[in-house]
Design a protein around this ligand. Structure first.
Ligand code: HEM
Length: 81
């Protein structure tokens, strides 16, 4: 799907717990990864990016620089910012 809703970064920042939902941004997209958190191969570290951008963390953990990681992320796209 191609979400067209514009979501502000302030709204993204309000989604950083499993209770409120876990949203992240990546290259202009907003992703609701709440359901993925428990499946993350890197465990709870994923919560460090909750409510904000994943790029700084993926720069440190280059394991994410693979097509299959982006395919996973794309399933959770809910908006753009
Ligand atoms: C591994 C996805 C955020 C740390 C992985 C892998 C996937 C993934 C698919 C396995 C890659 C492979 O081995 O081929 C994601 C997604 C994220 C996210 C979709 C956000 C939406 C983060 C963040 C951190 C992190 C924010 C750190 C702060 C790690 C680490 C591993 C890993 C350390 C390696 C685990 C291991 O092999 O022992 N992640 N990740 N991830 N991730 Fe993430």
């Amino acid at each position: 799907s191609a979400p067209s809703t514009l979501t502000g970064k302030d709204e993204v920042s309000r989604h950083r717990t499993l209770q409120d939902g876990v949203w992240v941004t990546f290259k202009g997209g907003v992703y609701d990864i709440t359901e993925f958190v428990a499946m993350h191969p890197g465990g709870d570290k994923i919560m460090l990016a909750a409510g904000g951008a994943v790029e700084p963390f993926w720069a440190l953990y280059a394991v994410h620089n693979q097509d299959h990681v982006l395919e996973i992320l794309s399933e959770y796209k809910v908006s753009v910012y």
